[in-house]
Write a protein that binds this ligand. Structure first.
Ligand SMILES: [Zn+2]
Length: 294
């Protein structure tokens, strides 16, 4: 008997319980980039990058960038964190969030709150679908500093000019249904925002707490589980304020490792949920396994 090859298959939906809340991570898509530097390890030589890659069993000639929004059901509220690429990603291996939400059992109408970590395209582009809000019943929450910085524009780096056009088209028209968050503000009971500025000027994280269990949705504080997480002081091209992003990365990694905090990260390897282990002055990403089931 002969059998045909089936091709690669990858999981795209992951759900677990957190106290009396439920957390679902959904892969919006993935892009292969043909170099590590840029965007990562911009302070390292090709030889150093090759050595880091080898130590971590990774190829050194590129990397995969994955995009994983998180959905949290807590206290009867369904909260979506970031949108993925939406329609603009669909001819390029992304923009699958809405379709996969349905597979996960949620209609777009079910989303009560859409929380933005920041306004880069992989986090906001899917907010509209066919010219109308993709999540029609959602109210929106966003960091005040993030909204103001993109609206004003004077501090936005030149490389983000197109991104700013996208922001102006998509986000200010929704301001009527938007709540602007400061550090520590509550979104819904059990969910609060924490400032983590640097990757973008007003980047926010969100902390979920239910029955003494916690999850930190850290957005893009750390964008690669090796090249930035193991080397938090390494310069990352994606970061809009590079020095502030490094300071935030170091602060958050230290906090997460010290507190043993569960993390969901938009660009961590799917299912994008794990822990951070301290190793000397460096860190390691430890994917979550069965912790939520015991
Ligand atoms: Zn991102």
């Amino acid at each position: 008997m002969t059998t045909t090859l089936k091709g690669a298959y990858r999981p795209t939906i992951n759900r677990f319980t957190l106290g009396s809340a439920e957390v679902t991570t959904i892969l919006d898509g993935a892009h292969i980039r043909d170099a590590v530097n840029p965007p990562f390890a911009m302070d390292k030589t090709p030889e150093e990058i090759a050595a880091i890659a080898k130590t971590n069993n990774l190829p050194s000639h590129g990397f995969e960038n994955t995009y994983t929004p998180t959905v949290v059901s807590i206290g009867g509220q369904l909260v979506l964190f970031d949108t993925g690429f939406g329609a603009m990603g669909r001819d390029n291996h992304a923009g699958q969030l809405r379709r996969r939400l349905a597979v996960a059992g949620y209609a777009p109408e079910d989303i009560d709150v859409l929380a933005f970590t920041h306004c880069h395209p992989d986090h906001i582009a899917g907010v509209m679908e066919d010219g109308v809000p993709a999540y029609p019943n959602a109210r929106y929450v966003i960091g005040r500093r993030e909204f103001d910085a993109w609206s004003d524009g004077s501090e936005i780096p030149a490389q983000r000019a197109q991104n700013r056009e996208m922001f102006l088209k998509l986000i200010p028209p929704l301001a009527e249904k938007m709540t602007f968050l400061e550090d520590g503000d509550s979104v819904v009971p059990g969910l609060s925002a924490e400032a983590a500025f640097g990757h973008s000027l007003g980047h926010m994280m969100y902390r979920v707490e239910s029955d003494n269990q916690s999850l930190l949705i850290w957005g893009d504080v750390t964008n690669h589980y090796v090249y930035s997480l193991q080397y938090p002081e390494s310069i990352v091209g994606f970061d809009d304020d590079k020095a502030m992003a490094i300071a935030t990365r170091k602060r958050v990694l230290d906090m997460v490792a010290t507190d043993g905090l569960l993390v969901s990260g938009h660009h961590m390897p799917f299912p994008s949920v794990g822990y951070v282990e301290r190793q000397g002055s460096s860190y390691r990403w430890t994917p979550a396994s069965y912790q939520s089931r015991l």
